[in-house]
Ligand binder design. Structure first.
Ligand code: SF4
Ligand code: SF4
Length: 451
């Protein structure tokens, strides 16, 4: 189990157990925060599956080169001073990402210092004063850099590389070395990654829309983070700070993952027609297909309670299940399959010994979902005992195997999250095993996990 899987570039952390997966080799993502299951191909082409608490998408955006013959804000400055002037142009193709204001200012300052006898011009449509840009702007002006604001149409670069600038009061024809901000485009394959991770894309094809200044690395899906390179066109990307923030947040989050809403959304698998409407519509990637039930299921740790799924489901298959916050004293709860353990319970003598246990009858141990178990643990049980049939007696065919697997997965997850070990136990019983049941309940009450 990893704390974090990086899709794209890995950022080392001394405390988090991390793995890097090549975006092109990512095949599938299931699960939710604390328990994502990722399928990918490794370097040898072998298909692997890993579990991880969180995911960070760290894919560098493409930098489209500016016009032919011009330098980019990301290139080195020219070596010699073979030109009459240096012409910086920001926002030419479109409004540049905010980080380009920072890069351009720094580069122009270096140029003014390196070639003090050459005039440096800086054309821009929109200067973003974030981080230390205001200080850089002042320094650049002190160094004699000439800033000229332009609108679309009054700055033109000819095929020969001449820059003409016309404003009501100024008209310039400049020949010199041009340095332009590159256009930042979504990385190739980003859309595919978004589809696999069930993340919404912004209109410009990045994983976030424009307002990324607050909580800049959060995605719509809980537990999935997006670092600078993969996101929107007006972003100011400060990868180091973002990475630090994200890794801290992950470390903090993994200590105690709780649902965001008190009540749960649940899909009735008998009504669900698998139309995928809810899957497409959920803004938080909180719905996925339950392969065993052949229906959708809501991932309750991911769900943010917006109810969009409920209002759009054509089969009225999704409903809100209110949490029952009534706590029982002992916190010990037993779920008994009606076909086996419940009969044994009815036959058992001396039930008074177990009057402090909260006992509930269920149609089949295999009908219990992980979400149900978490719900019980959260609201009414410190420990949970699930009693089902032996394999050959299960009227629902593989109910016992399903329960066994689900209970193991839940315990594994609780252990990883430091929420206790063996809090949920699954045992098989036959209807005539009342004496075994009595012994088993006694040992379990005493806290014996090796039933
Ligand atoms: S919208 Fe309703 S019927 Fe369609 S897949 Fe979701 S739960 Fe099932
Ligand atoms: S309530 Fe909202 S967040 Fe939760 S599963 Fe439905 S659509 Fe997704």
């Amino acid at each position: 189990m990893y704390d974090v899987v990086f899709i794209g570039d890995l950022i080392e952390s001394p405390t988090l157990k991390s793995l890097k997966v090549d975006p092109e080799l990512l095949l599938r993502c299931r699960g939710e925060i604390g328990d994502f299951h990722l399928t990918y191909k490794d370097g040898d082409g072998k298909v692997r599956e890993v579990k991880t608490g969180t995911i960070v998408v760290n894919i560098t955006a493409e930098r489209e080169k500016p016009l032919p013959g011009v330098l980019s804000f990301e290139d080195d400055l020219p070596e010699g001073k073979e030109v009459d002037c240096l012409i910086f142009i920001q926002d030419y193709q479109t409004i540049s990402p905010a980080i380009m204001s920072n890069r351009g200012l720094k580069m122009a300052i270096s140029a003014a210092k390196k070639f003090p006898e050459i005039q440096v011009y800086y054309f821009y449509r929109s200067m973003r004063f974030i981080k230390d840009n205001d200080r850089l702007f002042e320094e650049a002006r002190r160094l004699g850099i000439l800033f000229l604001k332009y609108e679309k149409g009054n700055l033109v670069i000819s095929a020969a590389g001449e820059v003409s600038y016309n404003r009501e009061d100024i008209s310039l024809r400049l020949e010199g070395k041009i340095l332009m901000a590159p256009e930042i485009k979504p990385a190739e394959g980003l859309e595919r990654v978004a589809r696999i991770l069930n993340l919404e894309m912004g209109p410009a094809g990045f994983l976030q829309v424009e307002n990324v200044y607050l909580q800049s690395t959060l995605s719509g899906r809980r537990g999935v983070y997006i670092l600078g390179g993969s996101r929107g066109p007006t972003a100011y990307s400060n990868l180091v700070e973002e990475a630090e923030y994200t890794l801290n947040e992950i470390g903090f989050l993994l200590q105690d993952i709780k649902p965001l809403v008190n009540d749960r959304r649940e899909v009735d698998d008998q009504k669900c027609i698998l139309c995928y409407t809810c899957y497409r519509i959920c803004p938080h990637g909180a719905i996925e297909r339950d392969e065993e039930l052949d229906a959708m299921k809501v991932l309750n740790l991911a769900c943010q309670g917006c109810n969009a799924c409920i209002s759009h489901c054509p089969a009225s298959a999704i409903s809100i299940v209110e949490d029952n916050n009534e706590l029982i004293e002992t916190g010990l709860r037993v779920l008994m399959c009606e076909n086996s353990a419940r009969t044994a319970w009815e036959r058992m003598a001396g039930k008074d010994r177990f009057s402090d246990l909260k006992i509930e009858t269920i149609p089949c141990a295999g009908s219990i979902k992980k979400e149900d178990i978490y719900h019980y643990l959260r609201n009414s049980a410190d420990r949970l005992l699930i009693l089902g049939c032996f394999e050959e007696s299960c009227k629902h065919l593989s109910g016992d195997r399903k329960a066994y697997r689900i209970v193991n997965e839940v315990n594994e997850r609780l252990k990883v999250l430091n929420l206790g070990e063996n809090r949920v136990i699954f045992k098989r019983l036959a209807p005539r095993m009342e004496e075994d049941l009595a012994g088993l309940l006694s040992r379990w009450k005493e806290g014996n996990c090796n039933l």
